[in-house]
Design a protein around this ligand. Structure first.
Ligand code: FES
Length: 105
């Protein structure tokens, strides 16, 4: 499945993310700026924060409480913020669109 990362300047990068990989892993492999992922997917650093397109947020769903607490550390937290390391790609998420916060660049 393909994920779309919208950069702060409005440009879009499409990334093929293998089924079962996290969005963060796909972004790191393709060198998407702003997805640092310091903790390597352990859900402890919040440097993989993305703002999910509202339409897709309905599919992805709200974060569990532990993730939500960590997202408080992320700058530019939005109503549809998620940690990209906690979103696992499946065909149901093909085309998912997320925004990379400017402060993470
Ligand atoms: Fe650290 Fe996602 S990579 S919280």
């Amino acid at each position: 499945p393909t994920a779309r990362f919208v950069m702060p300047d409005g440009t879009e990068r499409a990334v093929d993310v293998p089924d079962g990989w996290s969005l963060m892993e796909g972004a790191r492999r393709d060198g998407i700026p702003g997805i640092v992922a310091e903790c390597g997917g352990g859900a402890t650093c919040a440097t993989c924060h993305v703002i999910v397109d509202p339409t897709w947020y309905e599919v992805v769903g709200a974060p569990p409480d532990t993730e939500s607490m960590l997202l408080e550390l992320a700058s530019e937290r939005g109503e549809t913020s998620r940690l990209s390391c906690q979103i696992l790609m499946t065909d149901a998420l093909d085309g998912i669109t997320v925004r990379v916060p400017e402060s993470q660049l």
